[in-house]
Design a protein around this ligand. Structure first.
Ligand SMILES: [Zn+2]
Length: 235
């Protein structure tokens, strides 16, 4: 396959200036801060969802314990209703029943209190998380504005270069540009159009002579580097 190397290299030179500026923008402290606030917000939202679930689990446990309490109370009154209070053995039996009932209720109450304390704790945590979320949302709005200003700045600085790239682009063969853009989209570090010489890819430095199997014969021939996927050309 062939390509108009000189024209494409001219395009790449201006594209590289724009790419560098875009990379610098992506790696800027402003952009990192914005991303960090965004992930903090996502983290807090997840935490709130988790705490909500924990709270409903605790509420369900409390309901279960209360139902259990109602059930044994009913059982107790049914047992006491049988009568026979004059019989000493029956009186002793009722006393034992009452004692067991009180012990069980005590135990259930302790469990209920444990879940109530957990609920309070969760409510406190949710409140804290929501306060943090509020702060983060303000911070997100601020860092978004800062970032937007930075982007505008970058766009103003790059304006001439973008115009230049557009002018060169209009002179290029669309098919060749398509090949370049396809690789460009893969997030491979520029330059992506690199010279092939002495059996080496000048992009990644790998020896690729054997892999190419004579694909690059004449000046203007291109092939994909099997290692880094850059476009190799023969001068
Ligand atoms: Zn390579």
């Amino acid at each position: 396959m062939k390509m108009n190397i000189a024209a494409m290299l001219e395009y790449q030179a201006t594209d590289q200036i724009i790419y560098k500026a875009e990379q610098a923008f992506a790696n800027s402290a402003e952009n990192r801060r914005y991303a960090a606030v965004q992930s903090k917000i996502a983290e807090l939202r997840q935490a709130v969802i988790r705490m909500d679930k924990d709270a409903s689990d605790a509420r369900r446990e409390i309901e279960k314990k209360e139902a259990q309490c109602a059930e044994i109370t009913e059982e107790l009154s049914a047992g006491l209703d049988v009568g026979g209070e004059n019989d000493l053995a029956e009186v002793k039996k009722h006393e034992d029943m009452l004692l067991e009932y009180e012990n069980t209720v005590d135990r259930i109450e302790k469990d209920v209190n444990k879940f109530l304390r957990r609920l309070e704790e969760i409510e406190r945590e949710v409140k804290q998380a929501l306060q943090q979320l509020k702060k983060c949302n303000v911070e997100l709005e601020n860092s978004k504005n800062v970032l937007a200003n930075k982007r505008t700045e970058m766009q103003i600085e790059l304006k001439d270069e973008v115009m230049k790239r557009r002018a060169i682009q209009s002179k290029l063969d669309p098919k060749e540009l398509e090949i370049y853009k396809k690789v460009r989209k893969e997030n491979i570090r520029l330059p992506i159009l690199v010279e092939y010489s002495d059996g080496l890819c000048r992009g990644c430095g790998m020896h690729v002579e054997h892999d190419l199997q004579g694909k690059l014969k004449e000046s203007g021939d291109i092939a994909e580097c099997p290692n880094c996927r850059r476009i190799l050309y023969l001068k």
